[in-house]
Write a protein that binds this ligand. Sequence first.
Ligand code: CAA
Length: 703
Amino acid sequence: MTALIDYRRDGRVALIGLSRPPVNALGQALRQALAEAFEQALADPQVQALVIHGQGRAFSAGADINEFGTPAAFETPGLASLLERLAQSPKPVIAAISGVALGGGLETALACGYRLCTQGATLGLPETRIGLLPGAGGTQRLPRLIGAQAALDMIISGEPVTATKALELGLVDRLVDNADTLLEAAVDFASALLETPAPAQRPWPHANPAQGLPADFFSAYATRHARRWHGQLAPQLALEAVRAACEGSLAEGLAKEQVLFAQLESSPQSAALRYQFFAQREALKVPGIDKHTARRTVAGVAVIGAGTMGGGIAMNFANAGIPVTLLELKGEALDRGLAHVRQQYDSAVKRGKLSPRQLDERMALITGTLEYADIAQADLVIEAVFESLAIKQNVFRTLDEVCKPGAILATNTSTLDVDLIAAVTRRPQDVIGLHFFSPANIMRLLEVVRGRETSAQVLATTLDLARRIDKIAVVSGVCFGFIGNRMLEPYAREAHRLVLEGATPAQVDGVLTDLGLAMGVLSMYDLAGIDVGYRVRESRRDAIAHDPSYCKLADELYAQGHHGQKTGRGFYRYNGRERIEDYEVVACAEVLANELGIARRTVSNEEIHDRCLFMLINEGVQLLDEGIAQRGGDIDLVWINGYGFPAWLGGPLYYAEQLGLQRVLAGIEHYREQLGDYGQMWFQPAPLLQRLVAGQHTHIQRL
Ligand code: CAA
């Protein structure tokens, strides 16, 4: 037997162990080895039942994602046909699951007649997250096992379920305490089946998976999710596949699933999402850091500032079971901050996302204080005070005085120079930037800013910690705005300027949301606060003073006290959360354009797209050249997880490659000429972009 399978016989039971670290991904070689082991067991007269299990930390994480987009994905034996053969085994086959059973891994278990899993196992069909659908029988067997509604929820959300939930759903037959006793339990289970004797396959519990559901169940489901699915193919086709499970035979449904799966597998959306999957893992590979780098223990955290951001940051740690102290200067502000945190948890309880007990446990992990002395023993301190260099430096001077040696001192600045903050301490090696995105307890992105002197130990510790609190960490070097906000600057600048030139805010935002962005940039400024944007500009007037039109309209809105959603007016008017176009803003843009000598005209959607997106991309390429970002994938992760860029477009730089780097460069050069002085001022192609195009490179990533 090949090394990919650990094959043993225990009495009448063949034990087939998948053995392809780290996660038993079902690539062609493993599929071949599994097929051979299966046939060997069937052919052995002494074997009367089979147990399939996974060696190591997973039963199986599913198909080998590296194979998609290559012929290997469908090379024989294909997973779907292998599982079809397994499902028709004349001898009972039992899946013994420990760790994860995901995608094709869970589909393997679904093709078995029986399933056991350990208490700690997780089971799921996450394929839609990489732009696919379960393509090895999952869309057909799962609805027949647990009913169409539960199956659809699992498939569309991609969210794995716990072992307990799996048992409740009827997805598994029995739970086993832990991985150490799993095989023994599986062999006992097999022996009991053989004694009964039980059939190799039982009749489906939900032979008609949609029974009891309203006739319009599928169309209503699609309507309910239409907004969230906007532009995405995978959930729509997954729904079609599950519908097929309810309307025809298993064989017909499996055939339909294959057709839909092939359509997705070759789609650009899935290619982009698979790229993202690997980018997320790649981002944690940072020069100078590896598994041998020493880590510091982080058992207690402190957060300075109990505002919305500080409270949100604190919640991340409480959610992960890490005690956190929230420090404020005034009792009132502290009480307000703690009340706000409780409010957020209360609302999670109301939505059924948290139990009242979990609320109490989490609140018990958060302690408020007004005294710096109370945070002296914290292993990590995160400052989340007002965005001003002087104020932050003062906080760090104090932290330097009070914190124990070896404490990691982090700043949550979104634009300021981390090195200048570190410089006021006697321990710049312990200082790092941890830029959380608002709302900090929800947004998954964490920009980890490596200062000039940040030690490898501190960086490695914070990257591990990011994982503990379920954040997607991306390392950035020090510059204004780091990766995300630095790129936001030229992108937003163009959006603002286009309104002066004749577009409306709704037109600009509409072009961006039509592309798939979660929010148009002007709506985003309204949400974040026009005053916040204004203060950022104030901090760098020197860099923008040469352009009198620079975000002029936003400056004017600020002067008028229209600070966005919180004041009911900004680029739009707000009636509660409803956004209404504001013709006074357009009138104001007209006046300003007149004063600035900008001729107003009809602006095409194409121009809005090209100017905003090409400037965004150009800045990203420049960040790579400067070494602020290590790879294109890091930049794409930041924009997808921090700024609502559509994941199915892969991120700004991946998108640039799909558009063609030549087209991006030509667009920048075109506007440089066409927009006169303004074009000359800002439309400067990044030298790396020029080099890439001159060298006829089509990829930014692989330079
Ligand atoms: N294919 C190929 N490689 C995979 C993989 C897969 N399905 N799953 C994980 N890996 C790789 C990762 O890229 C990573 O490689 P590196 O160490 O070289 O970076 C390594 O395995 C470990 O993965 P993680 O770093 O993610 O480890 P983790 O412990 O944090 O998470 C996991 C493990 C939960 C399995 C997570 O990797 C995961 O969610 N994997 C993807 C699961 C998935 O989407 N499966 C569906 C595949 S598509 C399918 O199955 C289609 C079908 O219907 C037939």
